[in-house]
Design a protein around this ligand. Structure first.
Ligand code: 13P
Ligand code: SF4
Length: 337
């Protein structure tokens, strides 16, 4: 039973069929074609805020990991086209197993999910047999089968607070979100040592320089960031929390410490405000998620046309992984999220 982030056998199969090499007629209007295919196939496009802005613009729903899961669970479409990364599309498949779930690029993985291989985690879990396992949704479907309750950055505090005080808790795979939860909830967590390759790269020094340059700007940060960035932040929240904050806060300038794809929706919602991406601690554009950015309009079009690549999961993974996601959705519903 294995559900790796990049299923090589599936990729090989697609390569052999020539799917990965397909050329597109350059005169095609991809936006029109994608809208046509949506209608023709009763498909819905769910896009994460970190997607390229042109993909966000053709999506039916744009959201954070929780919102996307809620949409995947409730959609009446026959096909879910997931403009996001592999673990998100897997979650959609677990929640809607009878629907076809497509991911434009199967190689769109996640460093957090990759940091926590299920066989290793199984051994770790065995060291703490009485602990409740809470996993950030950024993990493989196989890890979800070893998890009691999933969480996203929107509901993580509610999930931890729902667990009786006398219970030990393992939190995987993000050690930064875990440390933030320890601080916020006052609970000791047994942490897995994983990180997001994007959120661990922000430069405190460069952010401090920006704060001197823009003294009125609010620093807003995703809880996957390192503790020293979070300690300096005016607001910490999930992608949807950050977006809401920029809409409701009176400030006109924001330094945004998360993947800069979110800035597209921030600018659409508040065209008169300035959004400055927090810089990474090197000279490349490494604050962009290389996995999220693998999806392109061309791949989106091709995947809708050919209904490939499709997310396929073993039945037992769907069955055993589902409970941890359902518990998360129940807690979110009760909390009004
Ligand atoms: P949220 O959308 O839940 O804030 O998560 C951010 C993220 O890193 C997704 O990969
Ligand atoms: Fe994974 Fe980080 Fe990319 Fe999100 S931003 S998909 S957590 S690598």
């Amino acid at each position: 039973m294995s559900t790796p982030t990049m299923p090589d056998s599936q990729l090989k199969d697609l390569e052999e069929k020539g799917f990965l090499d397909l050329k597109i007629d350059p005169s095609l209007n991809l936006v029109d074609e994608i809208h046509r295919l949506k209608k023709e196939k009763n498909a819905v496009i769910l896009a994460h805020y970190y997607q390229h802005s042109e993909i966000q613009d053709v999506a039916d729903y744009i959201g954070d990991s929780l919102g996307l899961s809620q949409q995947a669970a409730s959609t009446e479409a026959d096909i879910i086209v997931f403009a996001g990364v592999h673990f998100m599309a897997e979650t959609a498949k677990i929640l809607s197993p009878h629907k076809k779930v497509l991911l434009p690029d199967l190689k769109a993985g996640c460093s957090l999910a990759d940091s926590c291989p299920a066989p290793l985690f199984k051994k770790f879990k065995a060291l703490h047999p009485n602990a409740v396992v809470v996993s950030y949704i950024n993990c493989t479907a196989e890890l979800k089968t070893l998890t009691d309750i999933c969480c996203t950055s929107t509901n993580a505090v509610h999930v931890i607070n729902s667990i009786p005080k006398d219970k030990e808790i393992i939190f995987a795979p993000d050690r930064n979100l875990g440390a933030y939860l320890e601080k916020t909830t006052g609970r000791d967590l047994i942490l897995w040592n994983g990180t997001c390759m994007v959120h661990e790269l922000f430069s405190q020094e460069k952010i401090a320089r920006l704060q001197v340059q823009y003294p009125e700007a609010k620093l807003i940060a995703h809880p996957e960031c390192e503790t020293h960035i979070l300690d300096a932040a005016d607001y910490i929240g999930s992608t949807s929390g950050l977006l809401k904050y920029t809409q409701t806060n009176a400030s006109k300038q924001f330094i945004v410490a998360t993947e800069p794809g979110i800035i597209h929706q921030m600018e659409l919602a508040s065209p008169n405000k300035l959004f400055i991406p927090a810089p990474p601690n090197n000279t490349c554009a490494c604050n962009e998620c290389p996995h999220m950015k693998l999806n392109t309009m061309e791949k989106l079009y091709l995947c809708m046309k050919h209904e490939q690549p499709e997310i396929v999961l073993p039945e037992e993974v769907i069955r055993d992984g589902r409970a941890s996601i359902d518990r998360m959705l129940d807690i979110s519903r009760t909390a009004g999220l």
